[in-house]
Design a protein around this ligand. Structure first.
Ligand code: CAA
Length: 259
């Protein structure tokens, strides 16, 4: 039973709620719960897409600094895999995922947002990787996912300085994808996620896998990944339904079953 992370499922959309007052600081327990719930969201057939949300006030202010403050080097050596694991498990959800960001998304909180496919932010959002101010660097994927998303120069500026990026700048540099008033950002994210309910789940999973795994390899290998995913979809009922429906009734009218 999770204490700090909750999975709520409504009309095909799963919301992963971050719930650890006051700032959703991600202690080791919460990191483990988040990874476990991400795996559940990936596996459940009643979830077509996932929203990650920290509530109306704050997304997450990062790993729990108070918990980390007394750890020795040797202790961190054995914990560091777990710190990367929860964002890896979020990123591995084979369904469309989106973060709805209000207030602070810092350090591990920003890294949670980076592990989803898309980010909608409230106009009061402040994102950043302030680890450098603690004498460390991002450890939950930030150096890798931020630089892949916004490019190395902008990522280095944010990581080297530890400065906070406001909502307008985050939108301008592609760190977030849309801005909304704070009290609307969750509903907008749910609306985005809802588009995929009743969609061709296997094709969506294949599309996400091809993009994400393709970004990690050279172009030729990426094209091989695409070819394998593309070809594999010809074994699905959804591909038969999609193409038969197109031929008989025109575009966009197919009913998919996710099989
Ligand atoms: N860990 C533990 N506690 C935290 C926290 C964190 N990351 N962020 C905030 N808190 C706590 C504060 O200590 C404070 O607790 P008390 O009320 O018990 O004193 C409470 O939350 C409220 O915080 P503030 O009083 O500081 O509130 P503020 O509005 O003045 O500032 C803030 C908010 C800008 C988020 C500020 O608290 C802050 O800078 N937090 C730390 C952010 C940070 O450094 N994040 C990176 C963590 S390291 C990491 O994430 C590594 C990784 O890659 C995985």
């Amino acid at each position: 039973m999770s204490e700090f992370v909750r999975l709520e499922v409504k009309d095909g959309v799963g919301t992963i709620w971050l719930e650890r007052p006051k700032m959703n600081a991600l202690n080791a327990q919460m990191q483990g719960e988040l990874g476990e719930i991400a795996r559940e969201a990936d596996a459940r057939d009643d979830i077509a897409a996932v929203v990650v949300y920290g509530g109306e006030r704050v997304f997450a202010a990062g790993a729990d600094v108070k918990e980390m403050a007394t750890l020795t080097y040797a202790e961190m050596v054995s914990r560091a895999h777990g710190i990367q694991a929860f964002t890896r498990e979020l990123a591995a959800i084979g369904k469309p995922t989106i973060s709805a960001i209000t207030g602070f998304a810092l350090g591990g909180g920003c890294e949670v947002a980076l592990a989803t496919d898309v980010r909608f932010a409230a106009d009061n959002a402040k994102l950043g990787q302030p680890e450098i101010l603690l004498g460390i660097i991002p450890g939950a994927g930030g150096t890798q996912r931020l630089s892949r998303l916004i490019g190395p120069a902008k990522a280095k500026d944010i990581i080297f300085t530890g400065r906070f990026v406001n909502a307008e700048e985050a939108l301008a540099i592609g760190l977030v994808d849309q801005l909304h008033p704070a009290d609307e950002v969750y509903a907008k994210a749910v609306e985005w996620a809802s588009q995929f309910v009743g969609g061709p789940a296997l094709a969506l999973r294949a599309a996400k896998g091809a993009v994400d795994r393709g970004l990690e390899v050279d172009l030729q290998t990426g094209l091989e990944i695409e070819r394998a995913e593309f070809t594999g979809l010809f074994a699905t009922d959804d591909r038969t339904a999609g193409m038969t429906s197109f031929v008989e009734n025109g575009p966009g009218k197919a009913t998919f079953t996710g099989s």
